[in-house]
Design a protein around this ligand. Sequence first.
Ligand SMILES: Nc1ncnc2c1ncn2[C@@H]1O[C@H](COP(=O)(O)OP(=O)(O)OP(=O)(O)O)[C@@H](O)[C@H]1O
Ligand SMILES: [Mg+2]
Length: 461
Amino acid sequence: MSTVGDCTASSECLAHNATEDFQLMSTRFSLGIDLGTTNSAIALTDLQTDQTEVLEVTQILGPNQIGEKPTLPSALYIPHRDEFPENSFPLPWESGVGDATITGHFAREHGVLIPDRLITSAKSWLSNPHIDPRHRSLPWRSDIQDEKLSPFECSRRYLAHLKNGFLYAGRVQGRNWDLSEAQIVLTVPASFDEVARSLTAEAAEAAGLGKVTLLEEPQAAFYAWIAQAGREWRSLVSPGDIILVCDVGGGTADFSLIAVTDNDGTLELERISVGEHILLGGDNMDLALAYTLQAKLEAEGRSIDSWQFLALVHAASKAKIALFDDDALTEAPIAVPSRGSSLFVGTVSTKLDRASLEEVVLGGFFAKTTISDLPQEARRVAADPVISKQLARFLARSRANVRANPSLATLVEGPSGKEFLMPTAVLFNGGVFKSAPVRKAGARAARFVEPRTGGSRAARD
Ligand SMILES: Nc1ncnc2c1ncn2[C@@H]1O[C@H](COP(=O)(O)OP(=O)(O)OP(=O)(O)O)[C@@H](O)[C@H]1O
Ligand SMILES: [Mg+2]
């Protein structure tokens, strides 16, 4: 099996493919929006020039400080009314006193110090069947009352920010974009159900984006890979290939299988299987790391309260990224503030070391399992966290789906008798796969080896 590549679900490709797939007479430009659990992005294709670019997003970087970043962190901070002087966070497109909440970079950076006023992962709550997405439930587990926001409202605010930032950037450059001339494409996990899809579309409409076209994230990732590979992509795959798109972002694990077929000498791509909705991603890794760190602190006779635990989750996330981004680091510092204390007074300090990180993320979420190790339970939320097992179930179900569908069965020859569909190539997408060791573990999970003898696990790699 080969790795065809890895890419970040590219809003650039969304915008570009929108022009190919959905071009309308009145359409002058197209916008591609990736509304992520952790990060959101926007890209523009100007149909007059056929140029596509990922747009930097103007956002608050600090009190009275705005700037541009390539993505908008999907984070909202709700300041206490006495925390900052009035109008400390003016946005250029808001006249007078703006929204009381802060969106994006500063929200996330500052919010980790006051975690009960920080909202993250609203998208996971939007698609959680156990809560009402219009109920003001966020920040989750926070004691604040009146200022809480619903997952739907958070999504609306991120989308409104992206829209306003785009229009503002245009005005700065002397372009007054008219959204009625736009085709707008918005990504959703392939596994989002109808309710989550329509809530997302409704949030976009409420944000002033009008009617949007929804595009599934693995498909967007695949378009991104094709666009990045240019004409080369046809030489990188061949008829008979089955490509697994494995997308693990902040909140979701999305699997799709795409078959490469030959139609009179022309390569064609056909999606043959989409996974179920699995709320499993980098957020779960952060939580598991936080529990590990909490246990370490307790073993040392130190304890943290529930408020500090929220901060520990965010700190664990930062440390995880720092260690995965830099092989030379053996550990990363963790500092958890105490509620109500001035900064660094009463801060609980510890470290996340590489061995613990690898044990939790690689050994836990990407554990070496066999194709017959399936997830523990079939619940939609709080899924079995072992991604390798989720993948095994997806490949087994894909085989069953293909067998039950004669037109798909003709596309996939596959090794006969196997109870799962074996991908021949894998395309990784999502922030979790930015890390090379995680990609390696993911590739291993996608090419399972059957147990050699009953019950014992095959050694691999
Ligand atoms: N270098 C890294 N190594 C491992 N994980 C990382 C790295 N960089 C970011 N992440 C994790 O990737 C996740 C964010 O990925 P991404 O931006 O693709 O998510 P998203 O698109 O917002 O989420 P989703 O697609 O689930 O809605 C976070 O959990 C983050 O901690
Ligand atoms: Mg994503």
